[in-house]
Every structure is written in C-alpha cells, then in structure tokens.
Design a binder for this molecule. Sequence first.
Ligand code: HEC
Ligand code: HEC
Ligand code: HEC
Length: 337
Amino acid sequence: MLGNWKRLDTWFSTWNKNNPTDIYGPVIVMGTLGGALIAAIALVSLGQPFKTDSMQTGPRGTGMSVPEFVSDLAEPDPGIAAYAAIDTDGDAVAAMRAWTGIPTLFEDEEDYQTIVAHRMIEMTQNINENWDAHVNANGEVGVTCFTCHRGQAVPSGVWYNITPVNQSMAGWSSTQNMATSQSQYTSLPSDALQSYLADYEPIGVHDLDSRVPGVPGQDVAAIQNAERTYSLMNYFANSLGVNCVFCHNSRAFYDAAQVTPQWATASLGIAMVQELNLDYLIPLEEVLPPERLGPVHADAPKLACMTCHKGYQQPLQGTNVIADWPDLATIGASVVD
Ligand code: HEC
Ligand code: HEC
Ligand code: HEC
C-alpha cells in the first residue's frame, strides 16, 4: 500500500513540474480589482468623509470665509434636543429647576442658590430687554437660564482671575508662557478676560505709523498688549467656532470701516459681558459658599462669550428660546409668584 502512495506522490510532483501554473498573476489581478471595488462602494455609500463647506463672510474674492467640515455642519448642537425635551407646561419654576438642575430652587428663601436665582432672573431680563441688539441680532433668539446652564448648577465656560500663573516671574512675564484654558492653551497671556471683560482695559493696539513716538506700555501700546489682544481674539474665535475673518478683514484688523456685520454684534457683546460681570456676577462673591470661589483669588465665577455660545456661532444654533417665556424678557416682571 505504502508503495502505491509513494508512486502517486512522485506522479503528482512530476505532473506539477511539467504543468507550471502562475498562481501570483491572478491573485494580484483579483486583489486589485476587489480592493478598487470596495473603495468605490465605500465612497458611494459613505460619501467623502472630509468634504468641507465654507461660509462667505466678506466681499467676493477677498478670501474672507469660514471653512468647516460638512460632517460637523450636519451635526446639530445636542443642546437643542436637550432643551426641547424639557416640557414643563409653562410652569416657570419647574422650568428653572430643570434648566439649572437644582430641584430645590425657590423652596427656601434663605438658601444661597435661591438668592442667586433671584439675581439671575433680573440678569436674564436685563439681557433680553437691554441687549436685544445682541441676543436678537438676526432673528428672535433671546436667552433663558438654559442658554448658560444646560441643566447644570454652575454653567460651563465660567472663568476666574488666575494670574499670576508663573510664580517665579514678576510683572508681564508672570501672566504668560503657561498653557491655561484662558490663554487658549498657548503661550499668550492668561489675563485677557480679566483685563478686557472685567477691568475695562482698551482693546485697540494697532498703529499705522511704523515708529510711534512715546514709551511702550505707558502712552503707547506695548508688544504685550498686542499679545493679550491676540489671546482675547483667540478666545472669541474658539467661543463661536469661527476664524478671524468672521469679524475682520485680515488686511486691516484695526479698521472698523472694513469689518463684517458680526464685528458690530461682537462689540456689543463685549460691552454686555462687561456689564453682566460688573453688575451681577462679581457682587455675588458675598453670597456664594467658598467652594464656588476661584482657586487663586477667591473671586466669584464670571462669564464671557463661551458661557452662552459654547463653541457655536449662535447659542443653540439660533433656536428661539425666549418666545415662550415673555416674563424673562421683561424687566420687573414677576417670574416666581
Ligand atoms: C448669561 C449666563 C447666565 C444666565 C442666562 C443665567 N445664569 Fe445662572 N449662573 C451663571 C453663572 C456664570 C453662574 C456662576 C456664578 C455664580 O454661582 O454666582 C450662575 C449661577 C447660578 C446659580 C448658583 C448655582 C450654585 O450652585 O452656585 C443659580 C441658582 C442660578 N445661576 C440660577 C439661574 C436661573 C434660575 C436663571 C434663569 C432665570 C439663570 N441662572 C440664568 C450664568 C447664567
Ligand atoms: C466675533 C468677532 C471677532 C473675531 C472672531 C475676532 N475678532 Fe478681533 N476684534 C473684534 C472686535 C469687536 C474688536 C474691537 C474691540 C474694541 O476695540 O473694543 C477686535 C479687535 C481686534 C484687534 C485690535 C485692533 C486695533 O484697533 O488695534 C486685533 C489686532 C484683532 N481684533 C485681531 C483678531 C485676530 C487675529 C482674530 C483671530 C484669531 C480675531 N481678531 C478674531 C471682533 C472679533
Ligand atoms: C448672554 C448670552 C451671550 C453672551 C454672553 C454672548 N453672546 Fe453673542 N449671541 C448671543 C445670542 C443669543 C446670539 C444670536 C442672535 C441672533 O442670531 O439673533 C448671539 C450672536 C452673536 C453674534 C452674531 C452671529 C451671527 O451669526 O450673526 C456674534 C458675532 C456674537 N454673538 C459674538 C459674541 C462675542 C464676541 C461675545 C463675547 C464678548 C458674545 N457674543 C457673548 C448670546 C450671547
């Protein structure tokens, strides 16, 4: 028996040698065809994943546009669905409890959260009535507690005074070269929000003369002022999810005659944020418990563009949140009976 097998074995080897077959050629052809077919099916069914779209912000041909991935544009702000899911049948107290995530709000008038909430109602009414040209710039949008709070007691995007960030330095150097959230994780200064949105420092730095007479830092803007302005501008861009040409013509950042309409809305936004911080949030320092105060200066949390915008060009992508709550848009109206 073994002899027969041996014969078969040699027979096969001989036959194989006499009839050579190219197995590599067909494998390469089939592999290439198959791969191309899979790629074609993927492109047809999934679409080009990194396609971009751009929004023109300035005159044609100036390159003033904000590019974004189409896949991102198709994705709505999840806050919109979260807002729609809160249905309290017009009960303002129930709505405010849901919007802030504080179920005990207005139960005890001595409770600090209720004391703050009364101030917050006044602040919200002031925003909707006096800063109408910002919060209803394009259409009726407005602001409710949810715009900032999103179901949390302390909204995201609040900030504290955190400088000096570098203890081994003094003066200007102590405020920069440290990647903090307030420097937008760059080496730029970390005191831009404090200086411009609470302390009313002037923002302009640009001069058209090449050599400006005077002393930098005293009667002429120093290079550090330019860096701090840039830190603030990066914060604006990140807060709205846009780039610089959403507001400026990049050939003339200084020129208010060459800007986009959004620049004017942003200017109002700066003044609004300053007022809200000075009149409403900073005075709350006396009411808040220590764990709510800042880590360096025990200051009250403050707000700015990010607190409402949360990375979107318009908060909740322009969803009208105020139409159903006219009392939150009228100064002096009673919201809690
Ligand atoms: C423009 C943004 C904004 C709006 C609108 C807003 N808040 Fe606030 N709220 C804040 C910020 C910032 C804080 C954190 C500062 C603080 O605690 O004082 C805060 C804090 C609070 C707190 C204290 C929470 C805690 O545990 O410390 C309560 C309560 C509150 N808000 C209720 C409300 C209510 C109710 C409304 C609507 C009538 C409202 N807020 C509208 C920004 C806002
Ligand atoms: C959301 C709108 C907006 C965006 C985005 C924006 N800016 Fe500005 N920028 C302004 C406004 C408004 C002012 C004027 C502030 C003032 O003088 O009160 C300004 C001022 C400036 C100035 C000072 C001009 C001067 O007169 O000295 C510079 C420089 C500047 N921006 C650069 C930038 C850069 C760079 C970017 C992108 C990283 C940017 N901006 C993004 C709105 C914006
Ligand atoms: C109290 C909440 C709130 C704060 C704080 C806030 N904004 Fe706004 N902003 C809004 C709302 C609401 C709109 C939408 C208005 C509309 O589209 O009708 C808006 C619209 C804008 C627009 C116009 C966008 C467009 O598509 O035309 C710009 C620009 C803007 N904000 C810049 C800023 C900047 C810069 C800051 C910080 C200095 C800021 N905002 C702070 C609520 C806020």
